[in-house]
Design a protein around this ligand. Structure first.
Ligand code: PBE
Length: 276
């Protein structure tokens, strides 16, 4: 058709999954005739969200619990429900920022506290509250956001009534290396990261429901959506396209097989019949 198709800039956060999702988004847009520019590892939550609102990027993959807690500052719920958090996030983003959810990708990547499996077995630790006798002597490795996010260490401290001795912040890959090398005693793990298994970690149950659900979503400004209906149609092809298990396998291809994120994204979309 005659619609002018410019370049769509796709942002991403500082970890493998976000790179892969940015490439997938770019690929469905290219398939619909757009040019794209993937900003791999642009920055954390706020860097991406501010860039989106400023028009420096047109989309990126966010997570419901992150938007809910960080961007919208909505309060903790006693019983977290995925659909309730999704609905409140959708409504809040629209009202506060004129931002809309284009697709609900189909999987959740939650934060979780993980410790070494052999240590956990030795001390009979299966859930976060089991850490209480040990936390004051433990150092937790976190990603760049978890230590200070309201839905992070402050919330763990408030809900469970204990804190860790210290924390060390680093990008997710360095955080995972740190626990593997015993430089930290626990980490703010990502539930779709297969290094939880590969590095023999035990992901602890959040038995007091401190943390929200984190469904992956693609977001755009309403203005972009109004001006680029074909881009929205293309991006909606990713709605429900990735199961949690599939996302884990894709992350494994990056971390363990060391495959390029663009190739991981491409091969997945072809296999799914989403692009040719
Ligand atoms: N998460 C868990 C974080 C990082 C890992 C996906 C919810 C986020 O980027 O919001």
């Amino acid at each position: 058709n005659g619609q002018e198709k410019g370049t769509v800039v796709v942002g991403s956060k500082l970890f493998q999954e976000s790179y892969i999702l940015a490439h997938m988004t770019a690929l469905v847009l290219e398939d619909a005739g757009y040019k794209t520019d993937v900003k791999q590892g642009l920055g954390g939550t706020f860097v991406n969200f501010e860039a989106l609102k400023a028009g420096q990027i047109q989309t990126y993959a966010e997570y419901t619990g992150t938007a809910y807690s960080q961007i919208l500052n909505l309060s903790q719920l006693d019983n977290w429900d995925r659909q309730v958090v999704y609905n409140m996030t959708e409504k809040g983003l629209k009202q506060q920022d004129g931002v809309m959810i284009v697709s609900n990708l189909g999987f959740e990547d939650a934060y979780a506290i993980a410790v070494k499996e052999d240590w956990a077995a030795e001390h009979n630790v299966t859930k976060i509250s089991d850490l209480e006798p040990y936390a004051a002597e433990m150092t937790i490795g976190t990603d760049p956001e978890f230590a200070t996010r309201e839905d992070g260490l402050p919330r763990i401290q408030e809900v469970y009534g204990f804190g860790f001795k210290d924390y060390k912040q680093a990008v997710a890959t360095v955080m995972y290396e740190a626990i593997k090398n015993d430089e930290v005693d626990a980490i703010s793990a990502y539930t779709t990261d297969t290094r939880n298994e590969v590095f023999n970690l035990r992901v602890l149950e959040d038995d007091k429901n401190a943390l929200p659900p984190y469904d992956a979503i693609l977001i755009v400004t309403e203005e972009f959506a109004q001006n680029n209906p074909d881009a929205i149609t293309a991006m909606q092809k990713l709605d429900g396209a990735i199961s949690t298990d599939e996302m884990r396998q894709l992350n494994y291809q990056f971390d363990i097989d060391q495959k390029e994120p663009g190739d991981i994204a491409h091969d997945f979309l072809v296999e799914k019949g989403i692009i040719e």
